[in-house]
Design a protein around this ligand. Structure first.
Ligand code: 13P
Length: 255
């Protein structure tokens, strides 16, 4: 039985004040929720503060990026071991915003995946097609290519205790979520693709949906058999909205 994971990707948002307020609010809202793992990924500079603010609660911490090097002359970077050192559990890699604005390739993202596994951190590997690719009927081909970069270098066991987030680029920040049926079809494709290599690993891997998830559409998305929670952007910046999404995931998987 897979345990859903709802994770808030704060992106480039936050302040010391917001970390305190948002985490305090969230702690109150989710303290009694059972059956769903909960994580937030604030910007690097607030991770340590957020970790302290969330201590003793069910809220886990994640980072939004990592470098492929562990130390040395790499100005401005943060290593997997540093993230482990300050108590991170998850690290988002391959987000479409990094693929687009920082020109991150499938190969670089696979290297990040490997370094996280080595450090004992859980990669949250984002994959998904652009609107043009979607319209050209390339959704499955794009997702397969992005998964294959990891499968080719590390094999299916890499996905043991890892997370995949299917985030169609056209649904991110647009208010236009994929329909539950659309998302389910791609999630099933992703699971089947991994199952071709290892059915056991495919059956346990968490596949989150991301892209305009909010308090209103979460429950229906989570009712789909292959949707194991969500990677939430905008709606994770409000404690009450994020809590509704967390509760919806916990409820859906109880049913
Ligand atoms: P929104 O929920 O704001 O659409 O962002 C989704 C996302 O990119 C999460 O990583």
């Amino acid at each position: 039985m897979r345990h859903p994971l709802v994770m808030g990707n704060w992106k480039l948002n936050g302040s010391r004040h917001m970390v305190n307020e948002l985490i305090d609010g969230l702690r109150k809202e989710v303290s009694s929720v059972d059956g769903c793992d909960i994580a937030i990924a604030p910007p690097f500079i607030y991770l340590d503060q957020a970790k302290h603010q969330a201590s003793g609660s069910r809220i886990m911490l994640g980072a939004q990026n990592v470098d492929i090097n562990l130390s040395g002359a790499f100005t401005g970077e943060t290593s997997a071991n540093m993230l482990k050192d300050i108590g991170m559990k998850y690290v988002i890699i391959g987000h479409s915003e990094r693929r687009t604005y920082h020109k991150e390739s499938d190969e670089l993202i696979a290297e990040k995946f490997a370094i996280l596994k080595e450090a004992g951190l859980i990669p949250v590997l984002c994959i998904g097609e652009t609107e043009a690719e979607n319209e050209a009927g390339q959704t499955e081909a794009v997702c397969a290519r992005q998964l294959d970069a990891v499968l080719k270098t590390m094999g299916a066991p890499a996905f043991e205790n890892s997370v995949i987030a299917y985030e169609p680029v056209w649904a991110i920040g647009t208010g236009k979520s994929a329909t539950p049926a659309q998302a389910q079809a791609v999630h099933k494709f992703i699971r089947d693709h991994i199952a071709k290599h290892d059915a056991k690993v495919a059956a346990q891997v968490i596949i989150q949906y991301g892209g305009s998830v909010n308090a209103g559409n979460a429950a229906e998305l989570f009712s789909q058999p292959d949707i194991d929670g969500a990677l939430v952007g905008g709606a994770s910046l409000k404690a009450d909205a994020f809590a509704v999404i967390v509760k919806a995931a916990a409820e859906a998987k109880k049913a």
